[in-house]
Design a protein around this ligand. Structure first.
Ligand SMILES: [Cu+2]
Length: 264
């Protein structure tokens, strides 16, 4: 009998330690905040994105390499499974994801305890912040610091996404996509600010509770920049910055993001 009994206890212990994510709704205290990290895992189709060395092919059949990839994500909102929406305080909610700097790939948010069904964020920088006094554009938004590589000027504002690389399809041998424009008021421009909402129910809802760390792992597929509602080729558009064609690229790249899994 003992031989049956001991494995049974072991099984119960293993099961209970694996079942950490079974938190009953009453165990959440929404007056307390806990951490949720949001991982931006940049990929190219089914391959991991490797700067400088990885070779990829877009839908136009052009091979290319990526030398730089940076983008702003901001204004995070999370929707609880019972529909309550929580907006992360804006001042602490601007992040610059830089493929070359691993430390930037996983912004950490502090949100009320609970189970969440969706995440919403802005790809880029909202128009209000774009025009705020310089004293309110610090950290990754500091145009004289970390943000200098991602800023045009007062009227044109922040570059939301920057991708650069090389390709034999480009006459110059390289390509450059600097996508921004926020519909500025003093010099009206195109508005490429995009809001992205991702469902979290299909691949595991995050369960936020004090004392545990939770991560939602997003895949960001850079091939979608070329291949989307309008496929375009590097040969035709190797350099796009303050340009009406930027709207095509921005419409494509909204679909770069998908929720892959949650680590509870
Ligand atoms: Cu993961």
């Amino acid at each position: 009998m003992k031989r049956v009994f001991i494995p049974a206890i072991a099984a119960i212990i293993v099961l209970s330690s694996c079942k950490k994510d079974t938190i009953t709704p009453s165990e959440y205290d929404s007056s307390k905040k806990a951490e949720l990290s949001v991982e931006f895992d940049n990929i190219a189709g089914s391959a991991d994105l490797l700067l400088n060395t990885g070779n990829y092919t877009n839908a136009s059949g052009e091979s290319f390499k990526v030398t730089k990839l940076k983008y702003y994500v901001s204004n995070f909102k999370l929707t609880n499974i019972n529909g309550t929406e929580y907006t992360v305080p804006q001042d602490s909610c601007y992040f610059l994801i830089d493929e070359s700097d691993e430390a930037t790939h996983e912004p950490v948010l502090r949100i009320p305890e609970g189970e969440y069904r969706s995440v919403t964020f802005t790809l880029g920088v909202d128009s209000l912040r774009n025009t705020k006094d310089i004293s309110q554009r610090t950290g990754v938004l500091d145009p004289t610091g970390v943000g200098s590589d991602m800023y045009w000027s007062w009227n044109s504002g922040y570059i939301f996404l920057k991708m650069e690389g090389t390709s034999p399809a480009s006459m110059m041998g390289d390509f450059m996509y600097h996508i921004g424009l926020f519909g500025g008021m003093s010099a009206p421009t195109i508005n490429n600010i995009k809001t992205i909402t991702l469902d979290l129910t299909a691949r595991g809802t995050p369960k936020i509770k004090t004392g545990k760390s939770t991560n939602i792992h997003l895949m960001v597929d850079i091939l979608k920049l070329f291949n989307g509602s309008t496929n375009f080729s590097i040969a035709d558009h190797s350099m796009v910055m303050v340009d009406p064609f930027s709207t095509t690229i921005a419409s494509n790249y909204v679909s770069m993001f998908r929720h892959d899994h949650t680590e509870n």
